[in-house]
Design a protein around this ligand. Structure first.
Ligand SMILES: *Cc1c(COP(=O)(O)O)cnc(C)c1O
Length: 378
């Protein structure tokens, strides 16, 4: 099989291995014993990744990552509960829309997109509003690539006797998040980010006691994690058609994740990808939105260059022609674009991407990637 697909330097769906794709070349019935075994192994492995022991369980949820987040909020925040949503980008913002749809009361703490959430602000909000039952946090805000201080937020939430729900989507499997270190009730993620599976399955890893207590909370049948869990535990069957090929590919991706050294090994490759990317882009004059200490090795936001010959659409198209797909910006604070470091990519692909950026800049006649403020002071 020759490699014709472009490399995806995006926040997902991502480039996957050939063996992950090959895992899908079969048909299974949903009652197939082999599929049932694979599904159970997948659920167990995800609990192991957070060191959840026997206090946690994985509830898979058909659909993209947002389905899992929506199911998590709707199932865990009671109808008479109140969420405190920590917003420093589009994914935090999305959780406010989810609560509005589900009819859950919520308050927000907002930080700019290029700043992490301040745990002290969370402590103050919890102290001043006793109605808040749950805090909803995003681990890595993919909008900018900023890593939020999830452990510190967890400590503040636990101290205030409230419950923590985490959207860990874009970092899960590459940046440690352990139930032994952070007190959370549930973590949501999906098949197609750092585990490097194909899109189609979300999942919530939940504290079993909290899940039991959440019976009857959900606002939607399809998104009821308690019901989904109860039926899968009892019958080994999904309530509604499972994305079988996606789940089998995800199980293969989890094996490859383990073979690479789990969270540590995967994280090390992504950190190296990120370092190569950032150093290479800076050498071409580009500036990152975030200082290195706030940057998660997941996706990097770059300021748009000041040179008027740099037209993002042409830059994007020409990189695509050379086999590399990047990502537009999603910021409100600055004109920007993003390049991902996750997926089945390593040193060779990151260097290839930088070579392509250099060649495309030449083609466009752009001498430097420096953004406006730097060009002005040069
Ligand atoms: C990708 C992502 C999601 C889910 O997005 P989908 O498009 O529904 O898969 C949610 N939160 C974060 C932080 C993400 O990066």
């Amino acid at each position: 099989m020759s490699r014709q697909d472009p490399w995806l330097l995006t926040p997902g769906p991502l480039t996957t291995s050939l063996t992950v794709k090959q895992a899908m070349l079969h048909d299974w019935g949903s009652r197939d014993q082999e599929f049932i075994r694979i599904n159970a192994g997948m659920r167990r492995r995800l609990v192991e990744l957070i060191q959840g022991g026997d206090r946690f369980t994985t509830v898979p949820m058909q659909g993209s990552g947002t389905f899992a987040v929506e199911a998590m909020l709707g199932t865990f925040v009671p109808r008479d509960g109140k969420a405190l949503i920590l917003v420093n980008g589009a994914y935090g913002k999305r959780m406010t829309r989810i609560c509005a749809y589900a009819g859950r009361a919520y308050a927000t703490i907002e930080a700019p997109e290029d700043k992490p959430i301040d745990p002290a602000a969370v402590a103050r909000a919890l102290a001043s509003d006793p109605a808040i039952t749950h805090v909803c946090a995003v681990h890595c805000e993919t909008t900018s690539g900023v890593l939020n201080p999830t452990a510190e937020i967890g400590a503040v939430v636990a101290k205030a006797g409230r419950r923590l729900l985490i959207d860990a989507m874009s970092a899960f499997g590459a940046i440690p998040l352990l139930a032994t270190e952070v007190a959370f009730d549930a973590v949501a993620a999906s098949s197609n980010k750092c585990i490097e599976g194909v899109p189609g399955l979300g999942f919530v890893i939940a504290r079993i006691e909290a899940l039991k207590a959440a019976k009857g909370n959900a606002h939607a049948l399809t998104l009821d994690l308690h019901d989904q869990w109860e039926v899968i535990e009892k019958t080994q069957q999904y309530r509604f058609t499972p994305p079988i090929h996606c789940i089998v590919a995800f199980a293969q991706a989890l094996e490859e994740h383990a073979a690479e050294g789990g969270v540590e090994g995967r994280g090390a490759r992504y950190r190296n990808n990120c370092k190569i990317l950032v150093e290479g882009m800076r050498a071409l004059g580009f500036e990152t939105l975030l200082p290195d200490r706030l940057q998660a090795p997941i996706i990097v936001t770059f300021h748009m260059p000041a040179d008027p010959r740099f037209v993002f659409e042409s830059f994007y198209d020409k990189l695509r022609e050379r086999g590399y797909v990047i990502y537009p910006g999603k910021l409100t604070v600055a004109d920007s674009f993003r390049i991902g470091c996750i997926g089945r990519l390593g040193e060779a692909e990151m260097k290839g991407a930088l070579e392509a950026v250099r060649a495309v800049m030449n083609e466009l006649g752009v001498k430097s990637g420096a953004p406006a403020k730097l060009a002005a002071s040069a």
